[in-house]
Design a protein around this ligand. Sequence first.
Ligand SMILES: Nc1ncnc2c1ncn2[C@@H]1O[C@H](COP(=O)(O)OP(=O)(O)OP(=O)(O)O)[C@@H](O)[C@H]1O
Length: 367
Amino acid sequence: MAEIANPSVSIQNLSLNYGAVSVLQTLNLDIAEGEFIVLLGPSGCGKSTLLNCIAGLLDISKGRIFIKGKNVTWEEPKDRGIGMVFQSYALYPQMTVEKNLSFGLRVAGLPKDEIAKRIARAAEILQIEPLLQRKPSALSGGQRQRVAIGRALVRDVDVFLFDEPLSNLDAKLRSELRVEIKLLHRRLQNTMIYVTHDQIEAMTLADRIAVMKGGVIQQLDAPQTIYNRPVNRFVAGFLGSPAMNFIEGQLEAGDAAAFTADGVSIPLDRYEFDKDRGSAGKPCVFGIRPEHVAFGDAAKAMPFTAESAVEIVEPMGSDTLVWTKLGGRNFSFRVEAEKTLRTGDPIRIGFDPARASLFDTPSGNRL
Ligand SMILES: Nc1ncnc2c1ncn2[C@@H]1O[C@H](COP(=O)(O)OP(=O)(O)OP(=O)(O)O)[C@@H](O)[C@H]1O
């Protein structure tokens, strides 16, 4: 990947250990000015730890962190030019919203009129003007989170850090605030680093997603690239709901490369991979997303097609997920909600292997 000139945030060979436990391992990450980066991964993968290292809330074991070209590795959090928004809001309960917003600025000794100006701007951007004289206990979760964002906003920082800011909110509010955070980024154009385990937040907000596992960045790419060309089976399985279908089998290499498993042979001439890497008989995993599977007449035109039977039908409202078997494995695909299918109905499915992913079984790496 092309190097980023003058990165906004540069993390170099960062390691963090708790005693003998290594949480982050020689991690490198350059973030461009104005970029929205999402750190995505399952619980315990180290994403909050990485964010806290950038914020200066944790002492790192090794490595260096630069913000706007300045080495901040040993700087205090307040001197790093960052604003942080936590899942828990972290508001002062005894203070009004206005006092919560102004607290840091008053401590920093900013003139009163400057403080008033910044609060007015943040309140306008976040639409919390009517709430300024209330205390946090008189606010809804979504309003509290707006105030927490406002507190980062008034500080006029270079980089915003978000640690699962929407996790405590219900589904509807989550999606509303998600859109607002996107609009906020568009308006402010600051660098934003956002931690979540929610793949929808990651896909919708990020310019680039860093998918993490075991303290290591597995893939750093634009959301569509991560979705369509996952570098390993972990990334492929972590993104996408319903999840990608996986079939275990082996490779038939050579001129007529194919993937074979229990009763199926999928031609791979349209799948882009280095044929030399796949020797005949190599165990591998074939992956295809449910939305890339065609059904009925549309399936007949596909390079790969098979007959099967419906096992389970799951109506989702907007569409329906149908489960069948392929290569001896459970296999799902989507059909329009209007389609009426019943368990036992014979069906034809098909897909273009160009849209698939193939992973080496022992390493899990993409072939
Ligand atoms: N103070 C600590 N001492 C020892 N181990 C810790 C400490 N804090 C965190 N860890 C471990 O570090 C790993 C990474 O934790 P971290 O909070 O960064 O994960 P996360 O990906 O943000 O997960 P979550 O989404 O659950 O917050 C976990 O295995 C955790 O148990």
